[in-house]
Design a binder for this molecule. Structure first.
Ligand SMILES: *Cc1c(COP(=O)(O)O)cnc(C)c1O
Length: 395
């Protein structure tokens, strides 16, 4: 257990205050984030910039604190998923960090980008026109190209003309031109490589017409991990910086990225010592299933805990012992404590993390709940505080 010798910082956002009436919390390991950032740096050529993605509140871990850490590690621009992420960073007092937002937005949302000094993504001409007409001074923007993912951006076929037009509009400065080609397997890598060649060709054609953005970018986590070749100045990884695999299992060997989400914890608020006792008239509905005590944590469905798929059992870890979760209701979950010696109210319970030889991983939790790893975190974030731990020895 990593409690001693560590400094703790509470997340700053108001929804993240520790609530002793509901002692649930997430622990984040900032040293793992440092390690992952430095490891990723060794995978890209020298001089290539890293613009980390902090979308969806830094993949659920707390956007302001994580963004600040990335800047300390050397990131020049932070990629936000929405204006909500950017706002949280500005509200935490970081007014000088360069922020861009992936989009998409309505043109009528552009004034808020300008107010917060955040670079929007121009993913259609309506947004370009809104920026150009609303900005009072030259505004840096990112232009997005749809190279085949089929979501936001100017299609490859028409992007050249569109970008030339945008570059000539008043009060618009093209800071970046980028695309997004995510994939999880080798077939996807082949597709991404083909599309990247087309994106490179577009950048070359624009260069010949005198348009050269400081930032060109086509690779996220999977593209960096599998070494997709591009001629860009920048990469924009997210998942892998948080120690979350972006590729399917077995596609590449373990490179040593570490989970930044170290644990999800709660505390016992109630114990029924004789839950197995069938001698009394009103015996517990769990009496047939347990051999001793049951315990309750205030960690129910509203906190993001979900009933496992039929036939599966979810577990928690208490005093280094893996215990079955007997029921998950909206506010509470009931644990089988039969195998735990002397459980006490206040004892710490791990819903995710490692204690001794036992471990519950995010992948396991997600698979049990038939959900994606991001989905599990998205269910829990903003519902409990996040505690950021760092080892002073490596500060
Ligand atoms: C999410 C995202 C990324 C980062 O992707 P990861 O797979 O998490 O590395 C980069 N660019 C865009 C546009 C994204 O939406």
């Amino acid at each position: 257990m990593i409690t001693h010798g560590y400094t703790e910082t509470m997340a700053t956002s108001k929804s993240h205050r520790l609530d002793l009436t509901r002692p649930n919390w997430i622990e984040v390991d900032l040293n793992a984030l440092d390690h992952n950032y430095r490891l990723l740096k060794t995978l890209v050529a020298p001089g290539i910039r890293i613009h980390p993605s902090v979308k969806s509140a830094a993949y659920g871990l707390g956007v302001a604190e994580i963004a600040r850490r990335f800047v300390e590690l050397g990131a020049e621009t932070i990629a936000c998923g929405s204006l909500t992420d950017a706002e949280a960073i500005r509200e935490a007092g970081d007014t000088n960090i360069d922020l861009m937002v992936f989009g998409g937005t309505l043109p009528s949302g552009i004034p808020r980008f300008l107010d917060l000094n955040v670079m929007p993504t121009v993913h259609n001409s309506e947004i370009a026109e809104a920026v150009s007409s609303l900005a009072k001074t030259p505004q840096r923007v990112y232009v997005k190209v749809d190279a085949g993912w089929g979501r936001l951006g100017f299609p490859l076929k028409t992007a050249e003309g569109a970008i030339v037009r945008i570059a000539s509009m008043p009060n618009i400065v093209i800071e970046g031109i980028y695309t997004h080609l995510p994939f999880t397997d080798l077939a996807g890598a082949t597709w991404a490589q083909e599309r990247t060649i087309l994106f490179n060709a577009l950048i070359d054609r624009l260069k010949k017409r005198g348009i050269e953005a400081p930032v060109t970018q086509a690779r996220s986590s999977s593209g960096v991990l599998l070494g997709i070749k591009d001629e860009c100045t920048t990469v924009c990884p997210g998942s892998i910086l948080y120690g979350k695999p972006s590729l399917a299992e077995g596609v590449i060997e373990d490179l040593g990225f570490e989970p930044v989400l170290s644990s999800i914890r709660s505390r016992l608020v109630h114990i029924s010592p004789n839950a197995s006792d069938k001698s009394s008239a009103g015996f517990s509905r769990f009496a047939e299933r347990v051999a001793g005590a049951t315990g309750v944590i205030p960690f129910g469905r509203k906190d993001g805990n979900r009933t496992p798929r039929p036939g599966l059992t979810s577990y928690a870890i208490l005093k280094g012992i893996k215990v079955p979760i007997l029921s998950i209701s909206s506010e509470l979950s009931v644990l089988d404590l039969s195998s735990v010696p002397n459980p006490r109210v206040g004892d710490e319970v791990l819903l995710l993390g490692r204690a001794g030889t036992e471990e519950i991983t995010l992948a396991e939790l997600a698979s049990n709940q038939d959900a994606g790893m991001n989905d599990v975190l998205l269910m829990m974030r903003d519902r409990m505080p996040v505690i950021f731990r760092q080892n002073p020895a490596t500060e």
